[in-house]
Design a binder for this molecule. Sequence first.
Ligand code: PLP
Length: 388
Amino acid sequence: MTTADIIATEDRYQIPTYKKFPLALDRGEGIWVWDTDGRRYADFYGGHCVVPIGHSAKPVVDAIAEQAARLMFYSNVVYSPVRAEAAETLARLAPEGLQHVFFCNSGTEANETALKMARTFTGKTRVVAMTAGFHGRTLGSLIATEGAYRRPYEGILPETTFVPFGDADALEAALDAHDDVAAVILEPIQSMAGLYTASNAYFERLRAACNAADCLLIFDEVQTGVGRTGTFSISESIGVRPDLITLAKSLASGIPVGAVLASDAVAAHVKLGDQGTTFGGGMVAMAALTATLRTIEADGLMARATQVFDRVAERLAGNVVEVRGGGCLIGVELDRPAAPVVQALLERGYLTGTSGDKNTMRLMPPYTVPMDVVDDFCDTLRDVLDTP
Ligand SMILES: Cc1ncc(COP(=O)(O)O)c(C=O)c1O
Protein backbone atom coordinates (compact mmCIF):
# COMPACT_ATOMS: atom_id res chain seq x y z
CA MET A 1 0.00 0.00 0.00
CA THR A 2 1.21 3.52 -0.73
CA THR A 3 1.03 6.14 2.00
CA ALA A 4 -1.99 7.65 0.24
CA ASP A 5 -3.70 4.21 0.22
CA ILE A 6 -3.00 3.72 3.93
CA ILE A 7 -4.46 7.11 4.82
CA ALA A 8 -7.51 6.58 2.60
CA THR A 9 -8.13 3.10 4.05
CA GLU A 10 -7.88 4.21 7.69
CA ASP A 11 -10.09 7.19 6.99
CA ARG A 12 -12.63 4.99 5.28
CA TYR A 13 -12.97 2.44 8.09
CA GLN A 14 -11.90 4.14 11.30
CA ILE A 15 -14.57 6.26 12.98
CA PRO A 16 -13.12 9.76 12.56
CA THR A 17 -12.44 10.77 16.16
CA TYR A 18 -8.77 11.72 15.83
CA LYS A 19 -6.97 14.64 14.25
CA LYS A 20 -3.87 12.98 12.74
CA PHE A 21 -0.48 13.96 11.45
CA PRO A 22 -0.61 13.38 7.65
CA LEU A 23 1.89 10.51 7.73
CA ALA A 24 1.92 6.75 8.22
CA LEU A 25 4.63 5.42 10.53
CA ASP A 26 6.36 2.18 9.82
CA ARG A 27 9.12 1.70 12.40
CA GLY A 28 10.95 3.35 15.27
CA GLU A 29 14.21 3.23 17.15
CA GLY A 30 15.14 5.49 20.05
CA ILE A 31 14.07 9.07 19.33
CA TRP A 32 13.59 8.23 15.64
CA VAL A 33 10.55 7.07 13.68
CA TRP A 34 10.37 6.38 9.94
CA ASP A 35 7.32 6.82 7.76
CA THR A 36 6.24 4.45 5.02
CA ASP A 37 8.14 6.51 2.45
CA GLY A 38 11.35 6.02 4.44
CA ARG A 39 11.47 9.58 5.78
CA ARG A 40 12.96 9.92 9.27
CA TYR A 41 11.52 12.10 12.06
CA ALA A 42 12.86 12.98 15.51
CA ASP A 43 9.94 12.22 17.81
CA PHE A 44 9.57 15.07 20.29
CA TYR A 45 5.91 14.01 20.62
CA GLY A 46 7.15 10.75 22.15
CA GLY A 47 4.43 8.57 20.65
CA HIS A 48 1.95 10.75 22.65
CA CYS A 49 4.04 11.10 25.83
CA VAL A 50 4.47 7.34 25.95
CA VAL A 51 8.01 6.11 25.18
CA PRO A 52 10.38 6.94 28.07
CA ILE A 53 13.31 4.82 26.88
CA GLY A 54 12.74 5.30 23.16
CA HIS A 55 10.80 3.51 20.44
CA SER A 56 11.00 -0.29 20.34
CA ALA A 57 13.72 -0.35 23.01
CA LYS A 58 15.57 -3.67 23.00
CA PRO A 59 15.09 -4.61 26.68
CA VAL A 60 11.32 -4.21 26.27
CA VAL A 61 11.16 -5.94 22.89
CA ASP A 62 13.12 -8.89 24.30
CA ALA A 63 10.98 -9.08 27.46
CA ILE A 64 7.75 -9.03 25.43
CA ALA A 65 8.96 -11.68 22.97
CA GLU A 66 10.15 -14.00 25.72
CA GLN A 67 6.95 -13.61 27.76
CA ALA A 68 4.67 -13.95 24.71
CA ALA A 69 6.31 -17.27 23.87
CA ARG A 70 6.09 -18.48 27.51
CA LEU A 71 2.54 -17.39 28.49
CA MET A 72 0.91 -14.46 26.74
CA PHE A 73 -1.98 -13.93 29.10
CA TYR A 74 -3.90 -15.09 32.09
CA SER A 75 -6.14 -12.87 34.19
CA ASN A 76 -5.99 -12.02 37.90
CA VAL A 77 -7.74 -15.25 38.88
CA VAL A 78 -4.23 -16.72 39.03
CA TYR A 79 -0.91 -15.56 40.48
CA SER A 80 2.02 -14.97 38.14
CA PRO A 81 5.76 -14.50 38.70
CA VAL A 82 5.92 -11.76 36.09
CA ARG A 83 3.06 -9.84 37.75
CA ALA A 84 4.65 -10.26 41.17
CA GLU A 85 7.92 -8.88 39.82
CA ALA A 86 6.17 -5.93 38.13
CA ALA A 87 4.20 -5.04 41.27
CA GLU A 88 7.33 -5.24 43.41
CA THR A 89 9.33 -3.08 40.98
CA LEU A 90 6.58 -0.47 40.80
CA ALA A 91 6.10 -0.43 44.58
CA ARG A 92 9.84 -0.01 45.11
CA LEU A 93 9.94 3.04 42.82
CA ALA A 94 6.66 4.53 44.14
CA PRO A 95 6.79 7.28 46.77
CA GLU A 96 6.98 6.14 50.39
CA GLY A 97 3.49 5.30 51.70
CA LEU A 98 1.97 4.48 48.28
CA GLN A 99 3.10 0.88 47.88
CA HIS A 100 -0.26 -0.69 46.96
CA VAL A 101 -1.05 -1.09 43.27
CA PHE A 102 -4.08 -1.85 41.10
CA PHE A 103 -3.23 -2.61 37.48
CA CYS A 104 -5.54 -1.61 34.64
CA ASN A 105 -5.12 -0.69 30.97
CA SER A 106 -5.22 3.06 30.46
CA GLY A 107 -5.08 6.46 32.11
CA THR A 108 -8.81 7.01 32.09
CA GLU A 109 -9.41 3.63 33.71
CA ALA A 110 -6.85 4.44 36.41
CA ASN A 111 -8.61 7.73 37.15
CA GLU A 112 -12.06 6.13 37.31
CA THR A 113 -10.70 3.53 39.69
CA ALA A 114 -9.13 6.19 41.92
CA LEU A 115 -12.39 8.19 41.96
CA LYS A 116 -14.34 5.04 42.88
CA MET A 117 -11.89 4.27 45.69
CA ALA A 118 -12.28 7.82 47.03
CA ARG A 119 -16.07 7.52 47.05
CA THR A 120 -16.14 4.23 48.90
CA PHE A 121 -13.38 5.31 51.31
CA THR A 122 -15.01 8.60 52.31
CA GLY A 123 -18.66 7.66 51.82
CA LYS A 124 -18.99 11.02 50.04
CA THR A 125 -19.69 11.78 46.40
CA ARG A 126 -18.56 15.19 45.16
CA VAL A 127 -15.40 15.68 43.13
CA VAL A 128 -13.40 18.89 43.09
CA ALA A 129 -11.28 19.20 39.96
CA MET A 130 -9.41 21.88 38.07
CA THR A 131 -10.56 24.19 35.32
CA ALA A 132 -8.96 23.08 32.02
CA GLY A 133 -7.77 19.82 33.56
CA PHE A 134 -7.82 16.58 31.57
CA HIS A 135 -8.34 13.13 33.04
CA GLY A 136 -9.65 11.01 30.17
CA ARG A 137 -12.68 10.60 27.95
CA THR A 138 -14.71 7.77 29.45
CA LEU A 139 -17.73 8.83 31.49
CA GLY A 140 -16.17 8.34 34.94
CA SER A 141 -13.15 10.48 34.09
CA LEU A 142 -15.30 13.12 32.39
CA ILE A 143 -16.67 13.80 35.89
CA ALA A 144 -13.32 15.50 36.54
CA THR A 145 -12.53 16.76 33.02
CA GLU A 146 -13.68 20.29 32.31
CA GLY A 147 -14.73 21.89 29.06
CA ALA A 148 -15.61 20.60 25.61
CA TYR A 149 -14.99 16.90 26.31
CA ARG A 150 -17.53 16.95 29.15
CA ARG A 151 -20.19 19.26 27.79
CA PRO A 152 -22.27 16.78 25.71
CA TYR A 153 -22.68 14.55 28.78
CA GLU A 154 -23.44 17.24 31.40
CA GLY A 155 -26.90 15.91 32.22
CA ILE A 156 -25.77 12.43 33.17
CA LEU A 157 -22.60 13.32 35.09
CA PRO A 158 -22.62 14.06 38.82
CA GLU A 159 -22.10 17.69 39.73
CA THR A 160 -18.42 18.63 39.96
CA THR A 161 -16.89 21.76 41.45
CA PHE A 162 -14.17 23.17 39.20
CA VAL A 163 -11.58 25.61 40.56
CA PRO A 164 -8.61 27.27 38.81
CA PHE A 165 -5.35 25.30 39.06
CA GLY A 166 -2.82 26.94 41.37
CA ASP A 167 -5.39 29.04 43.24
CA ALA A 168 -5.29 27.82 46.85
CA ASP A 169 -7.88 30.37 48.02
CA ALA A 170 -10.42 29.10 45.47
CA LEU A 171 -9.70 25.50 46.43
CA GLU A 172 -10.13 26.19 50.14
CA ALA A 173 -13.34 28.11 49.46
CA ALA A 174 -14.73 25.18 47.42
CA LEU A 175 -13.95 22.72 50.20
CA ASP A 176 -15.48 25.07 52.80
CA ALA A 177 -18.63 25.42 50.71
CA HIS A 178 -19.27 21.68 50.33
CA ASP A 179 -19.29 19.01 53.02
CA ASP A 180 -19.77 16.15 50.55
CA VAL A 181 -16.36 16.16 48.81
CA ALA A 182 -14.84 12.69 48.30
CA ALA A 183 -11.75 13.78 46.40
CA VAL A 184 -9.75 16.58 44.88
CA ILE A 185 -8.16 15.37 41.65
CA LEU A 186 -5.60 17.26 39.60
CA GLU A 187 -2.67 16.97 37.23
CA PRO A 188 0.30 18.30 39.21
CA ILE A 189 1.45 19.88 35.94
CA GLN A 190 -1.55 20.77 33.79
CA SER A 191 -0.29 19.32 30.55
CA MET A 192 -2.97 19.50 27.89
CA ALA A 193 -3.98 22.95 29.18
CA GLY A 194 -0.54 24.31 28.26
CA LEU A 195 2.05 22.92 30.73
CA TYR A 196 1.10 25.02 33.74
CA THR A 197 2.91 24.44 37.03
CA ALA A 198 2.09 25.55 40.59
CA SER A 199 4.27 26.37 43.58
CA ASN A 200 5.14 23.91 46.35
CA ALA A 201 3.32 26.27 48.73
CA TYR A 202 0.12 25.70 46.70
CA PHE A 203 0.48 21.94 47.00
CA GLU A 204 1.08 22.22 50.77
CA ARG A 205 -2.15 24.21 51.18
CA LEU A 206 -3.94 21.72 48.93
CA ARG A 207 -2.82 18.81 51.12
CA ALA A 208 -3.79 20.64 54.33
CA ALA A 209 -7.20 21.59 52.90
CA CYS A 210 -7.93 17.97 51.90
CA ASN A 211 -6.96 16.79 55.39
CA ALA A 212 -9.23 19.40 56.97
CA ALA A 213 -12.13 18.45 54.68
CA ASP A 214 -11.63 14.70 55.19
CA CYS A 215 -11.37 14.08 51.48
CA LEU A 216 -8.73 12.27 49.45
CA LEU A 217 -6.12 13.91 47.25
CA ILE A 218 -5.57 12.26 43.86
CA PHE A 219 -2.60 13.16 41.67
CA ASP A 220 -3.25 12.25 38.04
CA GLU A 221 0.32 11.47 37.01
CA VAL A 222 -0.60 9.85 33.71
CA GLN A 223 1.77 12.33 32.07
CA THR A 224 4.06 13.49 34.90
CA GLY A 225 4.72 10.03 36.36
CA VAL A 226 7.29 7.32 35.72
CA GLY A 227 10.20 9.72 36.12
CA ARG A 228 9.21 12.04 33.30
CA THR A 229 9.71 15.16 35.43
CA GLY A 230 12.86 13.95 37.21
CA THR A 231 11.46 11.86 40.08
CA PHE A 232 9.32 8.74 39.76
CA SER A 233 6.32 10.70 41.04
CA ILE A 234 6.26 14.47 40.93
CA SER A 235 5.00 14.31 44.54
CA GLU A 236 8.61 13.60 45.55
CA SER A 237 9.89 16.91 44.17
CA ILE A 238 6.82 18.83 45.36
CA GLY A 239 7.20 17.36 48.84
CA VAL A 240 3.48 16.59 49.20
CA ARG A 241 2.10 13.06 49.25
CA PRO A 242 -1.35 12.39 47.78
CA ASP A 243 -3.56 9.47 48.86
CA LEU A 244 -3.77 8.08 45.34
CA ILE A 245 -1.60 8.41 42.23
CA THR A 246 -2.72 7.36 38.77
CA LEU A 247 -0.20 6.31 36.11
CA ALA A 248 -0.33 5.09 32.49
CA LYS A 249 1.41 6.41 29.34
CA SER A 250 5.14 5.83 30.10
CA LEU A 251 4.72 2.72 32.27
CA ALA A 252 5.35 0.04 29.67
CA SER A 253 6.86 1.75 26.60
CA GLY A 254 3.60 1.61 24.64
CA ILE A 255 2.06 -1.65 25.77
CA PRO A 256 -1.21 -0.50 27.40
CA VAL A 257 -0.84 -0.44 31.20
CA GLY A 258 -2.52 1.82 33.74
CA ALA A 259 -1.96 1.71 37.47
CA VAL A 260 -3.36 3.18 40.65
CA LEU A 261 -0.98 3.60 43.59
CA ALA A 262 -2.79 3.77 46.92
CA SER A 263 -1.88 4.55 50.53
CA ASP A 264 -2.09 1.85 53.22
CA ALA A 265 -5.36 3.31 54.53
CA VAL A 266 -7.08 3.49 51.13
CA ALA A 267 -5.85 0.06 50.04
CA ALA A 268 -7.02 -1.48 53.32
CA HIS A 269 -10.51 -0.17 52.67
CA VAL A 270 -10.91 -1.75 49.21
CA LYS A 271 -13.04 -4.89 49.37
CA LEU A 272 -12.80 -8.07 47.34
CA GLY A 273 -14.56 -7.45 44.03
CA ASP A 274 -14.69 -3.62 44.35
CA GLN A 275 -12.39 -3.23 41.33
CA GLY A 276 -11.50 -5.56 38.49
CA THR A 277 -10.54 -5.81 34.84
CA THR A 278 -9.80 -8.81 32.66
CA PHE A 279 -6.67 -7.49 30.98
CA GLY A 280 -5.13 -5.46 33.84
CA GLY A 281 -1.89 -7.07 35.02
CA GLY A 282 -1.61 -9.37 31.99
CA MET A 283 1.72 -11.11 31.59
CA VAL A 284 3.05 -9.46 28.43
CA ALA A 285 2.10 -6.03 29.77
CA MET A 286 3.79 -6.77 33.09
CA ALA A 287 6.97 -7.94 31.38
CA ALA A 288 7.03 -4.72 29.36
CA LEU A 289 6.50 -2.66 32.53
CA THR A 290 9.30 -4.33 34.46
CA ALA A 291 11.75 -4.01 31.56
CA THR A 292 10.84 -0.33 31.11
CA LEU A 293 11.14 0.58 34.79
CA ARG A 294 14.38 -1.34 35.28
CA THR A 295 15.96 0.42 32.30
CA ILE A 296 14.86 3.84 33.58
CA GLU A 297 16.37 3.02 36.96
CA ALA A 298 19.59 1.33 35.77
CA ASP A 299 20.41 4.03 33.22
CA GLY A 300 19.66 6.98 35.53
CA LEU A 301 17.05 8.26 33.08
CA MET A 302 14.94 10.26 35.55
CA ALA A 303 17.87 12.60 36.16
CA ARG A 304 18.47 12.70 32.42
CA ALA A 305 14.90 13.88 31.80
CA THR A 306 15.70 16.94 33.90
CA GLN A 307 18.88 17.58 31.89
CA VAL A 308 16.81 17.55 28.69
CA PHE A 309 14.51 20.24 30.11
CA ASP A 310 17.46 22.39 31.20
CA ARG A 311 19.07 22.08 27.76
CA VAL A 312 15.87 23.08 25.92
CA ALA A 313 15.34 26.02 28.29
CA GLU A 314 18.94 27.16 27.85
CA ARG A 315 18.98 26.82 24.05
CA LEU A 316 15.65 28.58 23.54
CA ALA A 317 16.15 31.38 26.09
CA GLY A 318 15.48 34.72 24.46
CA ASN A 319 13.84 33.15 21.40
CA VAL A 320 10.51 32.15 22.95
CA VAL A 321 8.18 33.64 25.54
CA GLU A 322 8.71 30.86 28.11
CA VAL A 323 9.82 27.27 28.51
CA ARG A 324 7.81 25.63 31.29
CA GLY A 325 6.83 22.24 32.72
CA GLY A 326 9.56 19.89 33.88
CA GLY A 327 11.84 17.10 32.66
CA CYS A 328 10.61 15.60 29.39
CA LEU A 329 7.22 17.30 29.70
CA ILE A 330 8.00 20.65 28.15
CA GLY A 331 5.80 23.56 27.15
CA VAL A 332 7.30 26.11 24.79
CA GLU A 333 5.23 29.27 24.71
CA LEU A 334 5.71 31.22 21.49
CA ASP A 335 4.84 34.77 20.53
CA ARG A 336 2.48 33.39 17.90
CA PRO A 337 0.10 30.43 17.35
CA ALA A 338 1.84 27.08 17.78
CA ALA A 339 -0.05 25.06 15.14
CA PRO A 340 1.74 26.51 12.04
CA VAL A 341 5.09 26.10 13.83
CA VAL A 342 4.29 22.45 14.62
CA GLN A 343 3.45 21.99 10.91
CA ALA A 344 6.71 23.67 9.80
CA LEU A 345 8.69 21.46 12.18
CA LEU A 346 6.98 18.37 10.77
CA GLU A 347 8.08 19.40 7.30
CA ARG A 348 11.64 19.62 8.66
CA GLY A 349 11.50 16.17 10.27
CA TYR A 350 10.36 16.84 13.85
CA LEU A 351 7.18 15.57 15.51
CA THR A 352 5.89 17.96 18.19
CA GLY A 353 2.47 18.80 19.64
CA THR A 354 0.14 21.68 20.34
CA SER A 355 -1.78 22.24 23.60
CA GLY A 356 -4.95 23.87 24.91
CA ASP A 357 -3.08 27.19 24.94
CA LYS A 358 -2.93 28.23 21.32
CA ASN A 359 0.60 29.71 21.57
CA THR A 360 2.14 26.79 23.50
CA MET A 361 3.82 23.77 21.89
CA ARG A 362 4.25 20.53 23.80
CA LEU A 363 7.42 18.42 23.73
CA MET A 364 7.31 14.97 25.34
CA PRO A 365 10.42 13.19 24.02
CA PRO A 366 11.93 9.97 25.36
CA TYR A 367 14.20 10.67 28.35
CA THR A 368 16.97 9.16 26.24
CA VAL A 369 16.85 11.80 23.46
CA PRO A 370 20.50 12.54 22.54
CA MET A 371 21.62 16.07 23.41
CA ASP A 372 22.84 16.74 19.86
CA VAL A 373 19.31 15.97 18.64
CA VAL A 374 17.93 18.38 21.28
CA ASP A 375 20.36 21.04 20.04
CA ASP A 376 19.46 20.44 16.39
CA PHE A 377 15.78 20.65 17.31
CA CYS A 378 16.27 23.97 19.12
CA ASP A 379 18.28 25.37 16.18
CA THR A 380 15.54 24.28 13.77
CA LEU A 381 12.80 25.79 15.93
CA ARG A 382 14.71 29.09 16.10
CA ASP A 383 15.12 29.00 12.33
CA VAL A 384 11.40 28.31 11.81
CA LEU A 385 10.56 31.25 14.09
CA ASP A 386 12.96 33.51 12.15
CA THR A 387 11.58 32.47 8.75
CA PRO A 388 8.97 34.97 7.56
C1 PLP B 1 -3.28 13.80 32.49
C2 PLP B 1 -4.02 12.71 31.76
N1 PLP B 1 -4.87 11.93 32.44
C3 PLP B 1 -5.54 10.93 31.83
C4 PLP B 1 -5.41 10.70 30.49
C5 PLP B 1 -6.17 9.59 29.82
O1 PLP B 1 -5.31 8.55 29.53
P1 PLP B 1 -5.73 7.46 28.43
O2 PLP B 1 -5.72 8.16 27.11
O3 PLP B 1 -4.68 6.38 28.55
O4 PLP B 1 -7.08 6.97 28.81
C6 PLP B 1 -4.52 11.48 29.74
C7 PLP B 1 -4.35 11.25 28.28
O5 PLP B 1 -3.82 12.02 27.54
C8 PLP B 1 -3.81 12.51 30.39
O6 PLP B 1 -2.98 13.31 29.72
